[in-house]
Design a protein around this ligand. Sequence first.
Ligand code: FE2
Ligand code: FE2
Length: 341
Amino acid sequence: MAERERFADKMEFPPETDQPNIYPLTWERKTQKMEEIWDASQREQWDPKKLSWDTFDPERYSWEEREAIAYWWTILSVFDASAPPVFAEALIKCYEEHEEDPVRRCFFSVTRDEQNHEQMCGLAITKLLDHPDAISYEPKTDLGRRLQRNAKWLYFNGGRYWNGYKKAVPKYSLAVLFSSFLMGEIAAATIFHQMAKGCSEPVFQEAFKNIGRDEGRHMAICMSLMERDYPNLTEDEKPIITKQIRAGYLFLSAVLFEPPEEFWDIPSDFIATQREAEEISRAAGFGIPTYEEKKENWKRAMLNLKGVLDKYDTEFPAIPEVGITGREITDVDMDEIIPVF
Ligand SMILES: [Fe+2]
Ligand SMILES: [Fe+2]
């Protein structure tokens, strides 16, 4: 092996470190809002294991109900189980770009929160199915068998975006990445509050309250980053954002609304099976919002985001599915999708 070049005996001070370099040896604090959000994340930390699991007895439910409710957690985990690495990648980018200290910490907090959300999915699924995942589980009912097929299709689809994401992260500025993150966070914050209200199991109520609060903070992080960076968006960044929003809508619809076939490659009975499971879950006290409620929630989230983008003169895509007009985007590419949850 070649000897490593030595410098210390040739010069008084070391040569400049090549950039981008992963470690910023500085703790600049400019964005006060981020400092406050970080403090809140420290105060509001929670542990999924410490929720009131002792009040939860899955045997109170029929197998069909257990499989239906576990299916909902499985859909959620398609997003939440990829969120820790997705945000970890963004955290690395923050370090490489020597982002200010509170921004680095905020990203760290999102990564940790998403890990909690993932753990929560795992705990709920494991207790409901008496098995650690919905994919290799042996279904007990006919609905369970059809739901497992759905789960396999979701997993297949979700698994296809990681490579695109990895390629997208170095290509785009944090500001562009954040427009996609924000829509997930806005919608997530609302849906978890709805779930907390609609669920009769104390342990699920507690989880949804905590997750909803976390997502609210994530949303605030995105907002303050946008406030900082959007006034300086370049003209070529704006159309990319418009496209990403449309891609994000299609991607996140799978959990927040219903998966559109334009993006999700799923069998024709997929949605009917999912609706059947939602009906059974609702009747069992697990309050998944109805089709109309989901649509309303999603529309409101989109309009919130549109309000933000309008302020910065960035065009919004048409979302005809929820009645929003805007720029037609037809060429959404799996290869450059950024959204997360
Ligand atoms: Fe999450
Ligand atoms: Fe989040």
